[in-house]
Design a protein around this ligand. Structure first.
Ligand code: PLP
Length: 392
């Protein structure tokens, strides 16, 4: 028997639910790219990005996914053969490092684990050994969607400062911008990047980069520049230069509407909503864990992200559980990837998510445990409700 017929939910860590308003914003004819309202949309989006990243720096829009923003950040600021230090914590920082390797950079990994955040003291220690300041940039992700970790971007900045090291500080906020606090200028981040399809509630296909003054200075001598990503060209006077060609108009209409939704709700309130939904999820997982089979992937409670929770399931039933929630309940939860492939599920609570969607998802998972006889501690849903009842 299936109960899936009704509104289906997509609760994977990207792409995420696109609000109806955002979908409708795209449903219109193409417009002139040389004059008229599109120019205002561009200005609004570039300024909105500054508000999201919390920066007075320059912002750039690419018709690309997050991988494109990775390239843009590197090519605009670094020189062939430069050494960069990648702070491992899950899959995505390593992926960025692989992109850097192909680009012609010399990549060093600061080893980390899939169940922990990056330790600032280890970064400080490594940078203090770099007496000749060979390391040109430090790369980290704020939230890694593969492991569910949240890295303390401000604390890592302090570690760089404590080592008195001049490296550029670059942060991937693809799975955290618009979900968790990020303060580019206050935290001394030189380059930050994100994508449209996670916390920002848009279809995939746009990515965004913000650059502070130190990154601008590095750009002057960077020798990996490419035509499409180039910041100098994109700062030119003509509108089409902002996109190095035809603007991705419909995605921009979508992004404009998504920014409206975020600023109407209020960015701090958006963060707070994510904090509540994230903690409700954790309360449920904590109860489920008492059955001995289900556990948090991230061992340190403070390092668990408010945008995605990665849950290990030791009985080997993760695939069956996901099939059950999808086929029988109508909610798609994420599978685990990389090192954790097949070993658990990823519950996304990022972007356009409310209490109905989250509680429905958690309840469907608990129903799955029951139906598939996966040992679990009962009362997860009740714990989530108890928490929300006192928190809202
Ligand atoms: C999803 C994700 C990426 C990759 O983004 P794409 O749009 O798939 O290229 C990179 N970094 C993080 C942290 C992500 O969550």
């Amino acid at each position: 028997m299936s109960l899936r017929y009704g509104k289906e939910f997509l609760m994977i860590p990207g792409p995420t639910n696109v609000p109806e308003e955002v979908l409708r914003a795209m449903h219109k004819p193409a417009v002139d790219i040389y004059e008229g309202p599109l120019l205002e949309t561009t200005d609004y989006c570039l300024a909105g990005l500054k508000r999201l990243f919390r920066t007075d720096g320059k912002t750039y829009i690419y018709a690309a996914n997050g991988h494109g923003a990775w390239d843009a950040a590197l090519c605009n600021t670094l020189k062939r053969g430069d050494k960069i230090l990648v702070l491992e914590s899950g899959r995505f920082a390593l992926g960025w490092g692989e992109a850097a390797q192909i680009t012609g950079l010399n990549v060093e990994i600061l080893p980390g684990a899939w169940d922990k955040s990056v330790d600032p003291s280890r970064l400080e220690e490594r940078l203090k050994q770099d007496l000749d300041h060979e390391i040109a940039a430090v790369l980290v992700v704020q939230v890694d969607t593969a492991s569910g970790v949240w890295n303390d971007v401000a604390a890592l900045r302090k570690a760089i400062d404590a080592a008195n090291h001049p490296a550029l500080y670059m942060v991937d906020t693809i799975a955290s911008l618009g979900c968790m606090p990020f303060e580019m200028d206050e935290w001394g981040v030189d380059v930050a990047l994100t994508g449209s399809q996670k916390g920002l509630m848009c279809p995939p296909g746009l990515s965004f980069v913000a650059a502070g003054p130190k990154a601008d200075r590095a750009h002057e001598t960077a020798d990996l520049r490419t035509n499409y990503t180039d910041w100098t060209f994109r700062q030119g006077a003509e509108h089409y230069q902002k996109y190095c060609g035809t603007p991705p108009e419909h995605l921009l209409f979508a992004f404009h509407k998504a920014l409206d939704l975020i600023f109407t709700e209020g960015l701090e309130k958006v963060w707070h909503r994510h904090a509540l939904l994230g903690e409700a999820t954790r309360r449920a997982v904590a109860e489920w864990s008492k059955g001995g089979v289900v556990h948090f992937n991230i061992s340190e409670p403070h390092a668990r992200s408010n945008s995605v929770t990665v849950v290990g399931i030791e009985s080997g039933d993760a695939a069956a559980l996901r099939a059950f929630t999808k086929e029988v309940c109508g909610v798609t939860v994420g599978g685990t990837i990389g090192e954790l492939s097949g070993k658990g599920i990823r519950i996304a609570h990022m972007g356009h998510v409310n209490a109905v969607m989250l509680l429905g998802t958690l309840s469907s998972i608990e129903l799955g445990f029951e139906k598939l006889s996966i040992p679990y501690g009962k009362g997860g849903i009740h714990a989530a409700i108890d928490y929300l009842a006192q928190a809202i």
